[in-house]
Design a protein around this ligand. Sequence first.
Ligand SMILES: *Cc1c(COP(=O)(O)O)cnc(C)c1O
Length: 420
Amino acid sequence: MDHFQLIDGALHCEAVPLSRIVQEVGTPVYVYSRATLERHARVFREALSGLPRTHVAFAIKANPNIAVLKVLQKQGFGADIVSGGEMKRALAAGMDARDIVFSGVGKTREELSAALEAGVGQFNIELEEEGVVLAALAHAMGKTADAVLRVNPDVDAGTHAKISTGKKENKFGVPIDEAPGIFARLSSLPGLNLRGLALHIGSQIFDLGPIEAAYGKVGAVMADLRAAGHSIDRIDLGGGLGVPYERDKVPPSPADYGAMVERATRGWDVDLYFEPGRVIVGNAGVLLTRVIWVKPGAVRPFVIVDAAMNDLARPAMYDAWHDFEAVAPTGEHMEANIAGPVCESGDTFALARQIDAVKAGDLAVFRTAGAYGATMASTYNSRALVPEVLVDGGRYAIVADRIAPETIIAAERVPDFLAD
Ligand SMILES: *Cc1c(COP(=O)(O)O)cnc(C)c1O
């Protein structure tokens, strides 16, 4: 459920007409709903309420805007980060360093040191050597790093190849059969408090079966480690729950997921960590755009909008679907291709789609753009960096400025040796 609705024939975010935001901010622009973010955070928390000790770390990469992070921080969420930059964002949003989980397969020594310095609460170790380096850095600083070992459970999450992370050919985690040996070697190092295991098998998951199978495999490794005398008090179950990009394709609910976790982890006696991203922010945002032209095509027209693949990369990157709706629908429909202005045929949002009839100048939205939207934006084709707006009831604020090409050009220079 989200708070983007037609009121008197005009699409609103909460109580704010989207057309009003356009008057001030222009297009394209991302618009987020605070009420929707809070609702999703609450639903996710409630889904875990039957579990004894839980910690939720929002996967910042899904939407790193610091206003969005502030909303989630107020909901008691910590952060799952994958870079030093994301750590700065989590801290800027007021999150406690102890509530930060540092994931990622290529953390640099500089990033590890900065995270130790800040007091990050959990390092998810992706390979043995990283654990050795982390232990040495922490020991030299007179600190002990709390850590878990990320295992690759070798299960197929059944999702798009580019967002599948838990098969043995993927770059993430240590092979599950090598995990006990690596755990044993790392756990003896000074500077490291290796407390448990982590996994994350992919994103936009629609089938809980593979996740449950993966949790089972991790539970078995945990039991082996305990039998070998290691104490395990944390398991990080990752993120990955899917969201409904298409109205008639419904993913498992957070409640279904929570029930599965209860079943899969019964008797584990650990603190459970969760790293949801998409499911919290996906439906809480739209990309608001204006139709530039309706261009006749050989088979059907192209609706050319002023948003492009640089603003919303998912269709070009993952063949992803985003519903397209007019801000002031007439009730008429048309079949069209929807494309942006960027000079790539991949800059296409939809092919042969039944959509609200639109004409040049009309406003429209791509729905479910709150996750992996603005965060992946670029300035390709020297377009401005897309701005972001957060709505709260009847008010709104610009939470990220549109960054004009002039500003980006100002960071570049022609060297002396090229001077005329
Ligand atoms: C991306 C990622 C997540 C979040 O995935 P979602 O599908 O957005 O829930 C969680 N944990 C890790 C380690 C990730 O890389």
